[in-house]
Design a protein around this ligand. Structure first.
Ligand code: GLA
Length: 383
């Protein structure tokens, strides 16, 4: 990938720039908890974005995307927003850096990536954190890593219409080889957990349903609104509840008749999920992968029946996993399509993958994709 980027950069701009990279992410458990002030447990992966970038001394940004085979040029003022979605991620990062008092000079860039799109592996966070990190270095700004993650998150909010939490951009900026990171999204305290399933006889297998629901971003924003409605009702009785994750299960019961049944079920899922992250971390510290896996099934049930962010294809993959005695399986990320993440005993990997591919293809008429991921480093400059 690096050679192709370098070649294109030279052809377009006749010079050399500096290389930066960032990563997509997985999340072992803790889904839809980030914007509720709860815990998440993600890690960066060995699939990401690579970019060659150089300041060009003007106030124009000139970027070529190798994957879209498309060149876009834009200015740095609010009214210069490009129409291409991929370019909006970069434009948003420039604007959000400027809003935080950072300097952003015009630049030339060529980039490419290998995060599968629409698979729930956060290809957009990879672009955002790669450019946020690079612009910080190139312009000599001293923006800290949390702010770099927030620059990506605000880009989604203000330039892409997704009211997301901080998990994806956090994982992409803070990712460290061989470690999952438990983040408390309320206090922003985090802890690295060495994660080596291979050593315990397990593998993580991602199965991509290759389904992407069109209304995913509005459905996502709608889930978030439900959580806020439930939290507001609880707060009226228990003012200490800032986020839904602060609420006890019994407090939610108290307001059941004051909120819609839909909001109640969604809130019920979130409160359970926050606790599951802590339980999984405890289990892994005891090397108890079976308990961690069982929690993943519970998360799937909650995401499917209570939070309603699964779909037929993902539920189907989850049932196959259960039938084949796979240790853990669930829909990963925002939902409405994308991947299941499966914790599989090594000896079961091959038969599980073969059966899942065969049964899924027969049922839905297209094959799912299988990804092996390695937990890797996040945003960085390359030599
Ligand atoms: C998407 C969002 C994240 C998070 C997950 C669900 O990936 O970008 O902030 O809310 O969904 O856990």
């Amino acid at each position: 990938m690096k050679n192709k980027i370098q070649e294109k950069f030279r052809t377009l701009f006749g010079e050399e720039g500096r290389f930066f990279a960032s990563a997509g992410r997985i999340n072992l458990i803790g889904e839809h908890t980030d914007y509720n002030g709860g815990y998440v447990f993600p890690g960066a992966i060995d699939k990401g974005i690579m970019a060659e970038i150089a300041l060009n001394g003007t106030d124009r940004v000139k970027v070529f995307s190798l994957d879209y085979d498309e060149f876009v040029e834009f200015g740095l003022r609010e009214e210069d927003k490009p129409i291409q979605q991929w370019a909006r991620y970069i434009f948003g990062v420039c604007r959000e850096t400027i809003k935080r008092g950072g300097k952003v000079g015009g630049f030339n860039a060529v980039f490419a990536g290998d995060v599968p799109l629409g698979a729930g592996l956060s290809s957009s966070a990879a672009i955002e954190s790669c450019f946020a990190f690079a612009l910080n270095e190139l312009n000599g700004n001293a923006i800290n890593k949390f702010e770099l993650a927030k620059i990506g998150q605000s880009t989604e909010h203000n330039y892409c219409g997704v009211n997301c939490g901080i998990m994806d951009q956090f994982a992409s900026v803070f990712g460290k080889k061989g470690c999952l990171i438990r983040l408390d999204c309320k206090t922003l305290e985090y802890k690295y957990f060495p994660f080596d399933p291979e050593a315990a006889g397990y593998r993580l297998v991602l199965i991509d349903s290759c389904v992407k629901h069109e209304l995913a971003s509005s459905a996502y924003n709608d889930r978030r609104a439900s959580c806020e409605a439930a939290a507001a009702a609880i707060r009226a009785r228990h003012p200490e509840v800032e986020f839904l994750s602060d609420a006890k299960r019994v407090w939610l019961e108290e307001v059941r008749s004051e909120i819609t049944e839909e909001d109640f079920l969604r809130a019920e899922y979130v409160i359970g999920e926050v606790q599951r992250v802590l339980d999984v971390c405890d289990a892994l510290e005891r090397n108890d992968y079976e308990t961690a896996g069982e929690m993943m099934y519970q998360t799937h049930f909650g995401m499917s029946r209570l939070y309603e962010v699964s779909c037929e294809e993902l539920d189907f993959l989850n049932r196959i996993a259960r039938k084949m005695d796979v240790s853990g399986s669930r829909v990963m990320g925002g939902g409405f399509g994308g991947c299941t993440i499966n914790l599989v005993k090594k000896e079961l990997c091959q038969p599980f993958i073969e059966s899942a591919v065969e049964l899924f293809t027969t049922r839905f008429g297209h094959a799912p994709k299988i990804y092996n991921v390695v937990i890797s480093d996040g945003a960085r400059e390359l030599e």
